[in-house]
Design a protein around this ligand. Structure first.
Ligand code: PL3
Ligand code: FE2
Ligand code: FE2
Ligand code: FE2
Length: 246
């Protein structure tokens, strides 16, 4: 079956990055593609909405940072609108109840930490784990996205690095007093990220996104962040191993 890769060669020749070797564009018009997209698109829309809410909540824990956090939150709403447009463009209705359930473990843990005033745990969940998950997903999606969604996602992924960097800088500046809470929050939440990757894998494959690529890109972004914060390679290996438990 011919793919759009051959019929969109004019578009890709205009792209500064050029066609990506080995990439194979799916047929965006099939029922199978739209069915998978209804869940993936919902996950992204819900993730962006919750990211907005989480940065606003963080502003209540860090009042002197509230203005900067509100700026990050506004970027998330813009992302949410962009991804809503991507679904509309393909004629897909996002499965929001699925996505709300998908995020519930991390949302519940974030809310519990918020109630206890645990800034470090909230930052690890939102600014490190969720942002690294988003960065990996968007990276892997861009080469196999439809042209409309590709442009939007390229804009979004730049912002997500700003968000990851925000968490990184705060945690770097407070590392010694945050270390124990960071390690505990990693143990409590990294297994959820692994389960989320497992759950999204089949739908992602329909979009031509490989699970192995998602895991690799996620671990690179997360480990880079932990390195920048000040953890040693040995400590990071121990923290990453928590993904395999539970
Ligand atoms: C934080 O700024 C955003 C949080 C969003 C989380 C995204 C997770 C994405 C998993 C599925 C990957 C598919 C990407 C496709 C985009 C339409
Ligand atoms: Fe194909
Ligand atoms: Fe975002
Ligand atoms: Fe973000």
């Amino acid at each position: 079956m011919p793919t759009l890769a051959t019929t969109t060669s004019v578009d890709s020749s205009l792209d500064p990055v050029g066609p990506i070797e080995g990439s194979d564009l799916p047929d965006f018009s099939t029922a199978a593609y739209k069915d998978a997209y209804s869940r993936i698109n919902a996950i992204v829309i819900e993730g962006e909405q919750e990211a907005h809410d989480n940065y606003m909540s963080l502003g209540t824990l860090l009042p002197d940072q509230a203005e900067e956090l509100a700026r990050l939150a506004r970027m998330e709403l813009k992302h949410m609108k962009g991804f809503t447009a991507c679904g509309n463009n393909l004629g897909v209705t996002a499965d929001m109840p699925f996505a709300q359930e998908f995020f519930s473990p991390l949302r519940n843990n974030f809310q519990a930490a918020l109630q206890e005033g645990k800034v470090v745990t909230c930052l690890l969940i939102q600014a490190l784990l969720i942002e690294a998950f988003a960065i990996s997903a968007y990276h892997i999606y861009i080469p196999v996205a439809d042209p409309f969604a590709r442009k939007i996602t390229e804009g979004v992924v730049k912002d997500e690095y700003t968000h990851l960097n925000y968490g990184q800088e705060w945690l770097k500046a407070h590392l010694e007093e945050s270390r124990a809470e960071l390690e505990q929050a990693n143990r409590d939440n990294l297994p959820h990220v692994r389960r989320m990757l497992d759950r999204v894998a089949a739908d992602a494959a329909v979009l031509h996104m490989e699970k192995e690529d998602l895991i690799e890109d996620f671990l690179i972004a997360y480990q880079d962040a932990l390195t920048d914060i000040g953890f040693t390679p040995r400590e990071i290996a121990r923290m990453a191993a928590a993904a395999l438990v539970g």
